[in-house]
Design a protein around this ligand. Structure first.
Ligand code: HCA
Ligand code: CU
Length: 402
């Protein structure tokens, strides 16, 4: 257990009910499949291979890619499988035999098939009955097993599927020996407690020695990660992410947020190379041309920027006052902003960086001057290692007594 005196986050962990015995929750990253479904995103084959290497080196458990989108995707999948990465490469296809055949041709050992089973998907998309959907699912699942492949079956639109039909489908698929079932909230309509109930019902009713559960939650109301984590609390042991959360519409949880949530506030055991997170995010932004919002948690440029005078005063003594995890852990950097909100402590620190000692009234004068400039933020500074040492060792923020 974490020692109270050492850890400023101690009481938060106490409320979060964190012990040392928390189960491992795995991550499947779907940047190469769901991520490419984001409007405007299309990777080159080279980029896909590089992303797969990076994700593998980061330490995700599974990497998902669709080999059926185009010949180019097929070739990328085949090449990625040939790299013999540590992560499982999951070929994601429709629940159709010909798609499974195509996955087989890539050399895949893991295949995920998906089938929309809510009434709206059955009528508006597939134009088949529930009975036909069940027949198709069983046929494809048995087909996959006949090749000795490991596989996942996705109950697409699970959150809007009639509960007894959903359960019946899950039981059938589990009995065939399919290793994983994905329970997606395809349209992002769940609240955390609802996702918990949905996953718990399935988890309580399937043979857990045969089948484990994935959760795949969409972010249409901004609850994707909260819902995915609730699903894991209810019994799922793997959640889906993409780098920066790209995906259909508003996407799914971001790898950075999910991996830090699991590590920091779920204490799920893993070997993630968290320091790669900022670079992963930068690489994806470069490849997609989509900018990472400043305020993006953990990897955004303002995730570790401190501005208000009261915050600066505390940060300059001990960054834990306003940071739950150090920026270098996720490969990001701490910045301080001097301007109209800097206050006398910020002003005194600014002067101390220039080698000037300040009295209280001088510091107050400078703080007032910064306000009267009416220029908002005047200066931003990275607190690199050298400056951080200055904060922590030299008490530079102490204003001289007059
Ligand atoms: C899709 C649907 C899917 C599948 C999720 C999964 C969803 O775009 O093919 O296979 O776990 O959100 O339901 O992404
Ligand atoms: Cu999805």
């Amino acid at each position: 257990m974490i020692l109270k005196s050492d850890d400023p986050n101690y009481y938060a962990h106490f409320y979060n009910n964190i012990g040392d015995d928390n189960k491992k929750i795995k991550i499947l990253d779907s940047t190469l499949r769901e991520g490419e479904q984001h409007p405007g995103v299309s990777f080159t084959s080279k980029q896909r291979i590089q992303i797969a290497w990076m994700l593998d080196s980061f330490g995700v458990d599974q990497i998902e890619i669709s080999p059926v989108v185009s010949q180019d995707h097929f070739d990328s999948t085949r090449t990625i499988i040939k790299q013999q990465l540590k992560a499982d490469i999951v070929a994601h296809v429709r629940a159709i035999k010909t798609d499974v055949d195509r996955a087989l041709q890539t050399g895949a050992t893991w295949v995920a098939t998906y089938l929309g089973i809510s009434d709206i998907h059955l009528t508006a998309k597939l134009k088949i009955s529930r009975e036909e959907a069940k027949r198709r699912a069983i046929e494809v699942a048995e087909y996959i097993k006949s090749y000795g492949l490991k596989s996942r079956f996705t109950m697409e639109d699970a959150s809007r599927t009639e509960p007894s039909f959903l359960l019946e489908m899950c039981k059938e698929i589990s009995n065939i020996g399919i290793e994983r079932i994905s329970i997606p909230d395809t349209v992002g309509i769940m609240r955390p407690n609802g996702m918990y109930n949905l996953v718990k019902t399935i988890h309580d009713n399937i043979d857990k020695t045969k089948t484990s559960l994935d959760v795949h939650c969409h972010n249409d109301i901004g609850l994707a990660l909260a819902n995915a984590l609730a699903g894991c609390e209810a019994g799922a042991d793997q959640l889906h992410t993409t780098i920066d959360g790209f995906g259909e519409r508003t996407g799914i949880p971001s790898l950075a947020e999910a991996s830090i949530a699991l590590t920091l506030i779920y204490k799920s055991k893993n070997n993630f190379r968290l320091h790669m997170l900022k670079d992963l995010s930068k690489t994806i932004s470069q490849y997609t041309g989509l900018e990472i919002p400043e305020s993006k948690p953990l990897v955004g440029d303002s995730a570790y920027k401190h501005k208000a005078g009261t915050h600066l005063a505390a940060i300059l003594r001990n960054p834990s006052a306003y940071e739950i995890i150090e920026p270098k852990i996720v490969g990001n950097r701490r910045k301080i902003v001097f301007g109209e909100l800097a206050g006398k402590n910020g002003a005194a620190y600014l002067l101390s960086l220039l080698g000037l000692e300040t009295t209280r009234s001088e510091a107050e004068k400078l703080a007032r001057g910064l306000k009267e400039l009416r220029m908002g933020d005047v200066l931003e500074l990275y607190l690199d290692d050298r400056l951080e040492r200055k904060i922590l060792n030299e008490e530079t923020t102490n204003v001289k007594k007059e």
